[in-house]
Design a protein around this ligand. Sequence first.
Ligand SMILES: NC(=O)c1ccc[n+]([C@@H]2O[C@H](COP(=O)([O-])OP(=O)(O)OC[C@H]3O[C@@H](n4cnc5c(N)ncnc54)[C@H](O)[C@@H]3O)[C@@H](O)[C@H]2O)c1
Length: 259
Amino acid sequence: MALLDGKTALITGVANRWSIATGIARAMHAHGARLSFTYQGERVKDEVEKLAAELGGAPSWSCDVTSDDELRRLNDAVARELGRLDALVHSIAFVNKEDLAGKVYDTSRSGFSLALDISSYSLIALVSALKETLSDGASIMALTYLGSGAIVPNYNVAGIAKAALESIVRYLAYDLGERGIRVNAISAGPIKTASSRQVKGFSGMVDAVAAAAPLKRNVTADDIGNAAVYLASDLSSAVTADVHFVDAGYHAMGMWMNA
Ligand SMILES: NC(=O)c1ccc[n+]([C@@H]2O[C@H](COP(=O)([O-])OP(=O)(O)OC[C@H]3O[C@@H](n4cnc5c(N)ncnc54)[C@H](O)[C@@H]3O)[C@@H](O)[C@H]2O)c1
């Protein structure tokens, strides 16, 4: 059953085929959505255009979320090409590598600002830029991680940025609720991607989750894509301001033992 027939979607954050956004794009395309993409500059343009061509010849535009000009141009392009937007996927984060190891108290002011600007404020910036093109009843979703509300060694300022992002999700849900627009976060379990590999000891995190999670496995970008389809579809029509865990149940563990 195609759950997204007739819906348009803008997907941010594809860098390569391992990106979570790639899994989301494939799942949304399989469910009939008409896709569009943004990419962060020339470095990833080819990769995104290749995926866009595979997935129905979707349009794609450069949009570095730190640039108000690019955000403005993005809204014009989306309005021109798609007319209206039924789903918006925020799958963007950046933290300096030196801030993904060691002590949080060593985080510089500039590293903190950069992390929060790109990983958290960018959701506000995107929604602000696109608010007139988002259709009433649209669905917005952002990718988050367990390290927002619990200590995950080395995740450090990335966790602080995710706490802000989840709070932004709730406030935007309130702002946009009167238009029937829903805003949620998907909290994904650890998946090997270009970004996650920057976290010191990331492979150990992946192994720990597979050993301890109720489902005894890790999640894939396809698992996240399936949840994103549900959140973009009318099946989740009364779900908003939520953090939806797609992590094989790991978040619910309080203790685990070998017994
Ligand atoms: N991989 C994981 O284990 C995991 C777990 C939970 C949540 N997440 C979140 O999922 C999202 C996607 O990350 P990923 O793991 O797929 O890694 P990724 O490296 O494939 O994607 C990160 C994306 O952010 C984009 N980006 C960075 N700075 C940008 C800027 N200034 N403007 C526009 N785009 C910018 C990059 O171009 C890239 O496409 C992130 O929010 C990440 O925190 C990842």
